[in-house]
Design a binder for this molecule. Sequence first.
Ligand code: 26W
Length: 815
Amino acid sequence: MQEFDKKEFKKNVEEYVGVFFRKPIEEASRQQVYQGVAYTVKNMIIDDWLETHKAYEEQDLKTVYYLSMEFLVGRALGNMITNLKADTSIREALEELGYDLETIEDEEPDAALGNGGLGRLAACFLDSLSTLGYPAYGCGIRYKYGMFEQKIENGYQVEVPDNWLKNGNPFEIKRSEYATTVKFGGYVRMIRDEYGNDRFVQENYQSVRAIPYDMPILGYGNHVVNTLRIWDAEAIDTFNLDSFDKGEYEKAVEQQNLARTICEVLYPNDNHIAGKELRLKQQYFFVSASIQRVVAKYMEAHEDIHKLYEKVVFQLNDTHPTVTVPELMRILLDDYYLGWEEAWDITTKACAYTNHTIMSEALEKWPIELFKRLLPRIYQIVEEINRRFILQILKEYSSDAKKIEKMAILYDGQVRMANLAIVGGFSVNGVAKLHTEILKKQELRDFYEMFPWKFNNKTNGITQRRFLLHGNPMLASWVTGKIGEGWITDLSLMEKLMPYTEDEQSRKEFMDIKYRNKVRLAAYIKENNGIAVNPDSIFDVQVKRLHEYKRQLLNILHVMHLYNKLKDNPDMEFYPRTFIFGAKASAGYERAKAIIKLINSVAEVINNDEDIQDKIKVVFIENYRVSNAEIIFAAADVSEQISTASKEASGTGNMKFMLNGALTLGTLDGANVEIVEEVGEENAFLFGLHSDEVIEYEQQGGYNPRELYNSDRDIKRVVDQLVDGTYSREDKALFAPLYESLLAGKGGEPADRYFILKDFRAYEAAQEKVEKAYRNMEGWAKAAMKNTAKCGKFSSDRTIEEYVKDIWHLSKVQK
Ligand code: 26W
């Protein structure tokens, strides 16, 4: 890349606007200027992109292919400018053109090709891989509609389609030259080839053309550009639509429909499977296209397919891309004519699986009938993998019949994807220490016993480039002023801030920045929600997907309880507090949607009650997503991480808050455990049941919340307020399903399955400690700074280095 030339930059922006929109820049809309800037910035990295890939080829480097149904990358422009280190110069250039950088950045829609944690983790990993200089591809789907846009109407969530491509995507490049064909359905026929070998061919199938689109992933200040390759489907035009042959005509139309639907929309479920046929089509579609391309590319530069695993490793982001295992087998067996053992040796040395959840409703299982009908050849291969695996089980545990029941890949009419992923790869990892332990001891215990060497932990991380450098520029430059800019690529250097926690002036500066970030968020809330919030109040924030196990309900019940106390006792000591929520609920998840409505109803009542004198404010931020998350984390005082212990595999929001100097109020769940290990218990607020206690209760079928309800008047009061019209005057039954979930359960599920009432008093006590701690501003400032100073471990750079060392075995590119 050449030196940044401001004049040249402005000229380029003007030229793009002229060529695309036939307008002088003075008359262009903001969106048009954004397009001009985006193309100009893309142009600045094109040479680096080419050179990076040339270097990979020349150095013949092993590459990781991160296979994921989701990449929640968010906006690209600001991130690229940051990683180009061109922030100041581009800001200046734009100002000379009459625009500020933030306004232009705001024109870009988020690339919301993911639900939540799993997709955002994939995006952080790509950022780290490029910054560290490792050869990597992200492989995924180019959904036409990403995560839905959330509108709140009359307190209810309304889902609006996210048409993120409507103005085009300046950063992508269509690579038609790498298109491949993916086949569905039909049947498999065995034929004998000319050498007398049995061969399997799929016939009478439907096929679609898979077309890759590449997006550049730029490393920080190192000119390394990796690729996020997402696939779109197009119809294959081999049939003449005017044909009089009815069968051919129908087939052509069916194939067109298949191509139209596959990449239409991201399934908006998080931690819950809907078991839809189209989803399995999506999975096979992007996996087959990716693996075919990877093998072809490998063979362009190498002779021996047997050594594929020396240059290629596939990381499966949860079980969603698990058909990688049989698809690679298929290619090796049917296209390269390898024997089973040879093919299995290569496959199991090339695939590795990450588990992201222990929620049983998220464990993927496909009905055999569906799997076989859609993927007949793949199913045959899975059958053979299963047959051989069962023989292995019998050999090792001949007397134990239960083993087969628990471990078989095909069982009870279903294909169990986690079992396939574990058997078909060399590595299984959890995403936080506690999570990995639970996998080993509970969920995957039998597999751990059989293959202990496969199991390992990789505690998640986040990229400080997006969530501090870009999201919180004031704090970022303060940190750089104190300790230099090394932290941007080595977050462990944040430790160097520790001495400043003892310095009064530094504490003042730190809290002053927090205040200004609160003012920034308050302005955002005013503009987007019309609610005025007080930046002097405690900003207490819970932003994440809405799920019962994450216990937004516990948070809002506690707010209702505080409100009761204040009403009873208006003069009680009370530090003003703003409770901020942001969360999307899956479209079909009724209880989650009821919780959103409840939060909004509680907000409506409390925010408009003059008796309260603005001591409590409740805000539900509409359409929580990566772009507004950056603003929210920067402004938080309290980070709510209150999942039922054992349920949150890791959490990554918890790390983003910590980085930005918020104190964790949480359970000993997921990565909270490690956060507290780093920062010290005295700088966090822990409460609630431990994971082993939760697991023990669960094994006994739950606990009895009625007893608590009957014996604790305050608990009874808030629970009753769900159904007495306090928050639903128009319809008392509105929140009855929530009331029921706490006291009765439904369809055999235990009452208060997530221990909300059980943990209520402990949570209240922890909240009281928060208030007390905040009154001591000096102490709070110290603790907040320590959170920032001790967050080094939680960089995704550290996580990636661990994956490289223990699983992928990559080398850095020499540039
Ligand atoms: C099939 C439907 C479905 C969709 C998404 C099932 C499961 C998922 C994901 C595995 C859910 C998910 O995002 N899990 C989150 O992964 C994060 C990254 O590791 C963790 O930090 C979160 O704790 C975990 O909930």
